[in-house]
Structures are given as C-alpha cells and as structure tokens.
Design a protein around this ligand. Sequence first.
Ligand SMILES: [Cu+2]
Length: 145
Amino acid sequence: MKYPAIFSALFSLLFSTSALASELHADVHRDAFCGCCKDWIVHLENNGFTVNDQVESNMNSIKEKLGIAPALRSCHTAVINGKFFEGHVPADAVKKVLADDDLIGAAVPGMPVGSPGMEMGDRQDKYDVVGVTRDGKTKVVASYP
Ligand SMILES: [Cu+2]
C-alpha cells in the first residue's frame, strides 16, 4: 500500500510551502502619496514576499510605537515576523536580518539613491543596512553596492 507515503509527502510539501509563505509576509505602513514606498513594495513582491499595504495618516506614531530611533528613520515602515524594517532595505538584507536571532529589526536611514525603490538611472549612493540588536545596539548588517 503506497498511498499513505504519497499523502504524507504531499502533506509535508503543503505544510512547508505555507510555512514559507507566512515567513515572508510583510505589513508595510506608508503615507498615501509615497511613490518610492510603492516601488519598494513591488521589490519585496518580486522577491517572494506577500505584502499587506497599509496607508497611514501618522507615520511618526508608528515609528514611535516600534521604537525606531530618529537617526534610523526613512519613509515607509514594515513589520515582518515581528521585526521592523525601516526604509529601502533590500530583500536579501531583510532575509538576512530575519535569520539573525540577535536582531529585532533593521533600517536604511534616509533615502539613498539606487536602493530598491529609489532607482534613478545610473546613480548609485553607497549605503548601509543598520541592524538593531536585542540590547539596543546598532550594527551594520550589509553594505551596498
Ligand atoms: Cu522612500
């Protein structure tokens, strides 16, 4: 009788796919007319994330609530698996931060040209992805380009 083996294989496949999908779900908070925020959302979606796009009237209160230091702030604020992602963080860096238990979130402060969602032709600023650790310290998680 081979069916049970097949069913259990199918079941574990379904289970692992849904676990992966929930792992890559992002709640993105942004202002109504933020075009670069929308472009960052498209970047996430192109890299396997599902996005709940939330238009907010008071972004500062959201950043305040999540404890994002003023020096780290940018435009949009995302929450993925309970961690915050502030600004134009590349999807690769998001995944790196999600996998690092020491980090509670990360930011790309300001709006560097050439980061995902901030493309302007060939222009490319150098920028860092700054992680925030459980004990409130910051450390550079990745540098671009
Ligand atoms: Cu932006």
